[in-house]
Ligand binder design. Sequence first.
Ligand code: GDG
Length: 737
Amino acid sequence: MPRGNQNKKCNVMGKTIIISNRLPVKIEHNKNTLIYKSSEGGLATGLNSVFKRGDNLWIGWPGLAIEKAKESEVHSKLMEQHMKPVFLSNEEIEDFYEGFSNETLWPNFHYFNQYTVYKEENWLAYQRVNQKFAEIVAEELEDDDTVWIHDYQLLLLPQMIRIISPNSTIGFFLHIPFPSYESFRRLPWRRELLNGMLGSDFLGFHTYDDMRHFLSSVNRLAGLGNSNGTIKVQNRLIKADALPMGIDYEKYADSAQDRNTLAKEARYRESIGNVRLILSIDRLDYSKGIPQRLRAFELFLGKYPAFKEKVSLLMVVVPSRYSVSKYKQLKEEIDLLVGRINGQFSKLNWTPIHYFYRSFPLPALSAFYRISDVALVSPMRDGMNLVCKEYVASRLDRKGVLILSEMAGASKELSDAIIVNPHDVHQLVEAIYKALTLPVKLQIKSMTSMQKSLKRYNIHAWVKLFMDELENVKIEQSHLKTKLLDHQLSDEITYTYKQSEERLIFLDYDGTLVGFNENPNDSKPDHELKEILTLLTKNKKNHIVIISGRDRQSLEKWMKPFSLDIVAEHGVWIKRMGKPFKTFIKINSNWKKEIMSLLERYVNRTPGSFVEEKDHSLVWHYRKVETGLGEVRTRELTSHLKYMTANENLQVLEGDMIVEIKNSEINKGKAVQKLMKIYPKADFLLAFGDDFTDEDTFKALPEDSFTIKVGISASEAKFSVNSYREVRKLLSKITKN
Ligand code: GDG
C-alpha cells in the first residue's frame, strides 16, 4: 500500500485523481488577500463531471508562487473544492516549468528544434518536480483509485507512481503532438522520458499520427514492439490509442445565444460598422503561426484590393509564457507586423487589423465567434486546437467558414473546413479569398456536417471513452494475470507430475526453451538446457517430445545426446527415439518454386532479410532488417501471398519476425494426436509453446492437461509464464526429487 494510506478506508469503487500541471483555478493577489477564480479551460469543464463527484480529487500547481506562510491557508481552501495544491518555488517554476517543459519539451514536440534548450539543471528540476507530484499523489492514493495524468509537464509521473504503488490504475493523456522519432531522439533524456510514460496502463493521444510516432519511439528506444497499440512492458500489457479531445459543445452553443453575448455582439457591430471579419484567436505561441497569418493577410490585401475597407482581421492574442525569451521576441514581432500592416493600409474609417493582446470573458469570446464570417486557424503545429471547434459550435445560423491548418490535430476530424498548409502563404491567401466568396449554401453544408461530428464527439464522450479504455486495459491485464503461473500452481504441477506413472511432455523449442537469436542457427542448446533435458529424459516415466517448426536436420543434430522424440517442421516429420524421421502426411510441395521466386524478390528489396527453405514450408526472416522497414515489407508480402495462395491449400503465418508459408494440413496438433496414440497410457500431459503454431498443440490436448503459453497474450493455454527462463525453472523444479 502506498505511503500515507495506512489509516484510510479502501473505497469499493475507488476515487479518480486527476493530475495536471495547473489546477483548474486561478489565484490572484489582491493586496494582502488571495482571490480564487475557477478557470474556464476546456479540460476543466470537461472533467468537471468526473472530479466534482464523490471524493474525487484534482492535484496540481495553483499557478503562482505562494509564500510559505500562506501555504496552509491555500491548501485548506482548495481542499474544500476537491483540489490539492503542489506548491512550486520560484526556482522550480523557472527550471521545471519555463525551462524544461516550455523551452525543451514544447519546442521539440512541436518541431521547433531550433528553439530547444538543452540544460542539465532544468532536466534535474523536471525530475525533482515530477517526484514531488508523485509524493503528493501517494499521500492520497488508495488501492482502487484511478489516476489520470495530463500532459507534457508530467511525462515521468506515471512510472514514479507505478514504483510507489505497482498495481495502480494509471491513465495518461498528451495534449500536444508526440513528435516523430527524428525529433524526439534529439533529447538527451529521451529514454527516461519514454520510460516515465510507459508506467501508464493507457496512453491517449489526439491523433493517430501522434500515437504512431509514440509507438515508433517505443520500438526504437525501448525495443518494444506493439500489436495494434498494445505494448508488453515487462510483464504488463499497456495500450496506446488515438482519442481526439472534444469540446463542451452545449456550453458554446448556449453561450452563443446568451443575452450578454448578443448585447456584446450588437455593440461590436455598431463600432466596426458593416465590415466583414476574419477571426484569429490564440495564446501567444510560436507554434500558432501568428506572424505567418499576418503576412498572409497583408499579401491578401495586396492581391485582392477590392476587399480593402470591406474586411478586417480581428486578432486576439492571449498573453502566455511571457517570461520565456522566445515568447517575448514573438510578441515584439507580432507588434511590429500589426503596426506595419495597419500603418500601410489603414483608412480613417477602416482598420485592417483589430489587435488585442489580452484575454476576454466567455460572452465576449462568443460574440467574436458569432460576428466573424471566417475563422482563420492556421497553426504551424497544434496538438488539437479547440478554438476552431468552439467557432463551429457557436455558429447557430450554420453560416461562416473555417480555414484550418492541416498541422492541427483537429484537421483530422474537421475535413469539411478549408484545409491549408500554413507554410504555403499563397495557399493561405487563396483560402481567405475562397472563404470570403463561398456561397452560403456551401457554408451551411460544411458547417452542418462539422457540427454533427463535434456534437457527437464532445468532451463528455471523450472523458467516457478514456475511462472506458483505461478500464478495459485493466480488465485485460487481470485476465492475463489470473493465468500467470505462480508458486502455488507450479507446486500443483510438480505434485501431479510426481504422482503420475507415465508422462508425455511437449516442448516447443525457439522462444520456449531458448531465447531468440538474430541467426536461427545460433540457438543450439546451452549448458543449462542440456542439463535440464538430460534430467528429464533420464527418467524412465517420461516421454519428452521436442515439437518445433524447425527443419529436421538441426533438431536431429542438437537433440542427438537425448532420448526423446522430435516433431519437426510443425508436424511434417516425426522421429521416435533411435529411429529415423518419418512423415505421416502426403504433401505436395510443387507450390514452392513460384513462392520462392516471390520471396527472393523481397529479399532483393530488403537488406538483412533471407529465406529459409524447409521440406514443406518456406520462411521469410526479417529480424535483421531496419526497424520499421521489415514490418512494412511484411504487410506488403502477406497481402501479396494471400492473393497468390488463394486457391492453393496453403497457409500464410506471421510469427516472431518471420512470415512462413506452409501446407494447411500440416499442424502441430495433428502430430500431438499421433503421439498421444503412441503413448496412450500417459496420465500426465504437459505442453509449453510461445507462438501461434503452438495453439494447435494446446487445442489438441485433453482438458486435464497442463498447457502453458510463454509470453503474455491471448492463448488457448491454461496458464502462462513470462519467458523461456521460467520454462526452464519449472522443468528443473519438477525433475528435482
Ligand atoms: C493545448 C494544446 C490542445 C483563448 N482565448 C480566450 C480563451 N481561450 C480559450 C479557447 C480554448 C483555449 O483557450 C485554447 O485552447 P487550444 O486548444 O486552442 O490551445 P492550447 O492552449 O495551446 O492547448 C492544444 C489543447 O491543449 C487541448 O488538448 O487543443 O493543441 O496546445 O478553449 O476558448 N478563453 C477565454 N477568453 C479568451 O480570451 N475565456
